[in-house]
Design a protein around this ligand. Structure first.
Ligand SMILES: [Zn+2]
Length: 202
């Protein structure tokens, strides 16, 4: 049986596209309307590919199912630069492919961060997100300085509530507001991208 090797490219929106995908020509149509673009994005997954259905891709069908389940249920696949969960399956498949095939450790980068790197706005976005992350705690300052009897329990309950809220936002909307994710992302950026003008991915 011939095994189809995946091959990847990244479009101008930072989306990973597999050139061996059976619907590849549809992904390249120029001048798509917004609606067509959304439709196209829904197809940007291994699950719509004939090689997945026929199980003749380099990645066996069972493996793809497992990766997809991991993506949906675990936090293993998150953006190295901001902690957002990776929405697009092919971004992860590409990373795993480079790892197993060429022993190359590729960063996982969400489309937002990809664009911010391209536009040289990563630091600006990172700062904004840190501000967003911290602003959740502003009411707790008022709880601390309030002139009435200082209530540690209220502050603790509030901070607990914020953390639960952030977990829900991250899991449901794939948007990380965790300070730790953002600080780690900034460190990752300084280590890997600061001196590069543009993103240089294989
Ligand atoms: Zn990101």
């Amino acid at each position: 049986m011939v095994v189809i090797e995946p091959s990847f490219e990244i479009d101008e929106k930072g989306r990973v596209i597999c050139q061996s995908h059976s619907k590849y020509p549809q992904f390249l149509q120029p001048h798509m309307t917004d609606l067509e673009d959304i439709q196209m994005e829904k197809q940007l997954t291994c699950k719509s590919c004939a090689h997945y259905i026929n199980d003749d891709c380099y990645f066996p069908r069972s493996e793809i199912d497992k990766i997809e389940l991991d993506r949906l249920t675990r936090s293993r696949f998150q953006c190295n630069l901001c902690g957002n969960k990776i929405d697009r399956m092919l971004t992860i498949i590409q990373k795993i492919y480079f790892e197993v095939k060429f022993n190359m450790n590729m960063p996982l980068i969400c489309c937002n961060c990809y664009l911010s790197l391209q536009e040289n706005k990563f630091i600006e976005n990172n700062r904004r997100r840190i501000f967003e992350s911290l602003s959740f705690y502003t009411p707790s300052i008022f709880l601390i300085i309030n002139p009435y009897p200082f209530n540690v329990a209220a502050v603790l309950i509030y901070v607990f509530f914020v953390i639960v809220l952030k977990i829900i936002i991250k899991q449901k909307f794939h948007y990380s507001l965790f300070l730790l994710d953002l600080l780690k992302g900034k460190k990752f950026y300084e280590k890997n991208f600061r001196d590069k003008d543009k993103l240089d991915l294989p």
